[in-house]
Design a protein around this ligand. Structure first.
Ligand code: TRP
Length: 333
């Protein structure tokens, strides 16, 4: 009963590359918090990741790693539904149907499509173009009330809302109208080498980003090398993007406010501060890394979770798909 009254949350992440501390303080921490209050479904968007060429061996490893990392970071596969998108064929099926209710013009306006096709001019495939439709299928299959996303996905969420309005307008109340929930990051995390750019897991400069699986020494070394400025004062003043970034990360790892951080490092210089940030991040990640190590040694546990997650996801989403199939006029048994 209680389960039914809770609002439904849904979100997926792509399994490309190991998450950075930016993903951790952004998406992952929020996902974990939300399971206290909501009925959550979280997934690994492996279908989406195929829109860019992937090495099959690496992709398979990344899917397992991402899944295990979510559990290691605190997602409870009993309480929430944790699944791999390609394990549930309903996603591809609904995506096809929704393709027929989405306009070429709408998809042409998606900024991510324009950016990605500029970045990969040799592989502007149809999947890259219809990517937001698959994302809409992900959301609508579970009748999600709320979808935590970063700003970069808001336009896709708007498109999903337009599809709902259009589809429900023709066939009645089929899909729940999803609300975007802009995740307030515990810490806004920028590149350590160029603090005006978001930290990205695909950055070519290895010193620019910190992965959640980097070991303690690596983490500390990367923070020591972080770009700052030619002053000496740890404070959040305009123009001090590097220091502000480090303060934000330190705040995320320790829960301290900017005022507290400024007081703590008054008169102490950048060297001390950078070391403290590195140590705080390493300490914060240590329990998850331990748990990840333990889970990686137990393959059958992860496999069992994946199978159970897929079953749960299939059951819920099949209901929606069949409803849609009936509405559009298919013969449904
Ligand atoms: N496109 C999202 C991203 O790259 C991942 C994603 C796929 C997603 N399906 C989703 C996010 C459904 C929210 C809801 O970040």
């Amino acid at each position: 009963m209680e389960q039914e009254q809770k609002k439904k949350i849904l979100s997926l992440i792509q399994p490309t590359n190991t998450p950075t501390i930016g993903n951790y303080f952004g998406a992952m921490c929020n996902w974990i918090k939300m399971q206290e209050e909501f009925d959550c479904t979280y997934g690994i968007a492996d279908l989406h990741s195929l829109t860019v060429r992937q090495d099959p061996v690496k992709l398979r490893a990344q899917i397992k790693e991402s899944y295990a990392l979510l559990i290691a970071s605190g997602l409870d596969p009993e309480r929430s539904t944790l699944f791999v998108q390609s394990h549930n064929p309903n996603h591809s099926e609904l995506a096809w149907l929704l393709n027929c209710y989405t306009q070429f013009g709408e998809l042409s306006r998606m900024t991510q499509f324009k950016d990605k096709s500029a970045k990969h001019p040799d592989n502007i495939n149809a999947g890259l173009f219809t990517y937001p439709v698959l994302m809409a299928a992900d959301i609508l299959l579970y009748q999600a009330d709320m979808v935590p996303v970063g700003v970069d996905q808001m336009q896709h969420l708007e498109l999903a809302r337009n599809i709902v309005q259009r589809f429900n307008g023709v066939y009645g109340d089929v899909f729940t109208m999803p609300e975007g929930y802009l995740t307030k990051a515990t810490a806004k995390v920028m590149s350590l080498q160029d603090p005006t750019k978001k930290m990205s897991k695909s950055d070519e400069n290895v010193n620019a980003s910190v992965s959640v699986l980097d070991d303690r020494d690596t983490i500390i070394r990367k923070f020591k090398r972080a770009v700052t400025d030619s002053e000496t004062e740890v404070c959040a003043r305009e123009g001090k993007d590097g220091i502000i970034n480090l303060m934000s990360i330190y705040g995320g790892a320790t829960g301290k406010s900017f005022e507290e951080i400024e007081a703590e490092f008054k008169g102490r210089g950048y060297g001390d501060f950078k070391l403290a940030v590195g140590e705080a991040v390493a300490d914060k990640l240590a329990p998850m890394q331990e748990e990840y190590k333990r889970l990686s040694a137990d393959r059958s546990y992860i496999e069992t979770c994946m199978k159970q997650g897929a079953e749960k996801a299939y059951k819920v989403s099949r209901k929606t798909l069949q409803k849609v199939q009936k509405k559009v006029g298919f013969v449904v048994f």
